[in-house]
Design a binder for this molecule. Structure first.
Ligand code: SF4
Length: 220
């Protein structure tokens, strides 16, 4: 297959976008990729609009470097498929750029970028030593080196996601600070599901027979 071809075939079963979700919260990844739950909040709307803007752009050449947008990616070796927002075909190798809203918070998108790089290395037979994440909130790129450690973490996460998808097992909720900005909090119910004693209490109350006034029987 050539660059830009449709890679969705049997076996290409881990979406590249799942890497960021899994790194942020495995349960969020499961809700999206097993249960196909998706709720919009201000962050997801901004993110979708940012991706639409960059994906709808034309392929260009900047300072002699071809710039491809919204291209399909895949890796047969890792069983990955997905898309890159933008790839610069520099003389020393491909350089993927992933667009994100807001500011940098954690390394979660780095795994997604690294997965894009691993796909490009396999597809183009070239090295991808680094890439960048463009943060709209900062209006600038944050360059990421695709180090051996980042590659190792990415492959470990790919295997864990594949296992989760195969077993269809939804991970337990994190029920911590991550939940405050999570668009799936209403579907996840982290404070309920994350506290087994509370769930047992609610379940018990649910099946408690209603108290019947003795007079009600007398009137019958
Ligand atoms: S609400 Fe919390 S536990 Fe649930 S998916 Fe979001 S981050 Fe994960």
């Amino acid at each position: 297959m050539g660059i830009g071809d449709d890679p969705i075939e049997e076996g290409f079963d881990v979406p590249i976008s799942a890497l960021e979700h899994y790194s942020y919260c495995p349960r969020q990844c499961g809700l999206i990729h097993i249960e196909h739950t998706f709720e919009e909040n201000v962050y997801t709307v901004r993110g979708r609009q940012a991706h639409e803007r960059v994906d709808s752009g034309e392929d260009t050449v900047a300072d002699g470097v071809p710039v491809l947008r919204g291209i399909a990616l895949w890796s047969e070796r890792l069983g990955l498929r997905g898309k890159a927002d933008l790839v610069e075909l520099r003389p020393d190798g491909a350089y993927p750029v992933e667009y994100k809203v807001g500011r940098r918070q954690g390394i979660h998108p780095d795994l997604q970028l690294c997965a894009q790089g691993l796909c490009l290395e396999e597809m183009l037979g070239t090295k991808v030593p680094r890439g960048a994440i463009y943060y709209h909130g900062l209006r600038r790129r944050h360059e990421i080196a695709l180090s051996e450690e980042l590659r190792r973490r990415t492959v470990v996460a790919v295997d864990a996601i594949r296992e989760m998808l195969a077993t269809q097992h939804l991970p337990s909720p994190a029920n911590d600070a991550r939940c405050q900005n999570c668009s799936l909090a209403d579907a996840c119910l982290p404070t309920v599901v994350g506290e087994p004693a509370r769930v047992r209490g609610l379940a018990g109350a649910l099946f408690q027979p209603a108290a019947v006034e003795e007079d009600a029987w007398d009137d019958a």
